[in-house]
Write a protein that binds this ligand. Structure first.
Ligand code: ZN
Length: 276
């Protein structure tokens, strides 16, 4: 599907009973550049044959343009799964965050993978240029790509089309959202879910959503909640489903880690319980 001039995507719909539950709205693999000239691919999906086949079929549908590089947003399995096969068939360099490079070099062989630099520009074909934005938070090795023409942000898993994202380091994540917002994108092409038209508004929503949660967590702590479960009980609805309750607890922990790092809450010695 063509999204804008020189931006194409193949949308992989997932089985809602398995991975689809983790990726509402499926997965997007982007081809950027001029199909008559050369292009880059952003991410490579899960390692499943059907996924890789869909990506290669789409490459054929575009007229088999020369792929000048495969750009990786981060090292999660649903973004680098198809890499081995695609790199072999398309015979092009792979670009990724320096932290991910050793792993991918081990997999693909010496000389196949090149580290990206922060703020580096990468030519995508068709006269378009990506600016590399190091955006840790969802994962340490996360990279987003910004194309000034059309004001398009390829956000990886930092911003998703149909849901909020999971966060490993919230302090870094908030800085990354800020960096993205400063580009003032009009369009966001996320790793999963639908293309986002009102990009700046969505970024503000993401930032506001986390800030609001942080205020709620602080309020719960100030009101005397000490354990994660107690904080979850105060911040989230009481009738939360069990799997969502676990996600909520993880989320509260990332907030507490940020607040601890900022010395706004103090962690006291943990309690220990028998595991049996
Ligand atoms: Zn993902």
């Amino acid at each position: 599907m063509q999204i804008a001039e020189h931006i194409y995507s193949t949308h992989i719909v997932e089985d809602q009973s398995t991975f689809g539950a983790m990726h509402p709205g499926g997965t997007q693999i982007y081809f950027v550049g001029d199909p008559n000239d050369n292009m880059v691919i952003v991410d490579t999906g899960e390692p499943y044959r059907a996924w890789t086949k869909q990506i290669l079929d789409y490459h054929a549908e575009l007229g088999k343009p020369r792929i000048s590089s495969i750009l990786i947003t981060h090292g999660h399995g649903d973004h680098i799964g198809g890499l081995d096969r695609l790199q072999q068939v398309l015979d092009c360099p792979v670009r990724c965050h320096p932290k991910l490079e050793p792993l991918l070099t081990q997999r693909l062989g010496a000389g196949c993978v090149q580290k990206l630099g922060s703020r580096e520009t990468v030519a995508t074909g068709g006269g378009n240029i990506f600016r590399v934005l190091f955006t840790p938070g969802h994962e340490d090795d996360h990279v987003a790509y910004y194309m000034a023409k059309g004001r398009v942000l390829f956000s990886g898993d930092t911003i998703l089309g149909n849901s909020s994202s999971s966060v490993r380091n919230l302090k870094q994540y908030m800085s990354s959202l800020d960096l993205m917002a400063r580009q003032r994108p009009d369009l966001i092409c996320p790793g999963h879910g639908q293309i986002i038209q009102n990009a700046t508004q969505r970024l503000q929503w993401y930032i506001g959503h986390r800030q609001q949660r942080e205020e709620q967590v602080i309020a719960a702590v100030e009101a005397g909640a000490k354990a994660v479960d107690e904080i979850v009980g105060r911040v989230y609805p009481r009738n939360l489903r069990k799997n969502l309750r676990e996600a909520a607890a993880r989320n509260v922990r990332t907030h507490l880690a940020k607040l601890t790092e900022e010395k706004r809450v103090v962690e006291n010695s943990a309690s220990y319980y028998s595991a049996s």
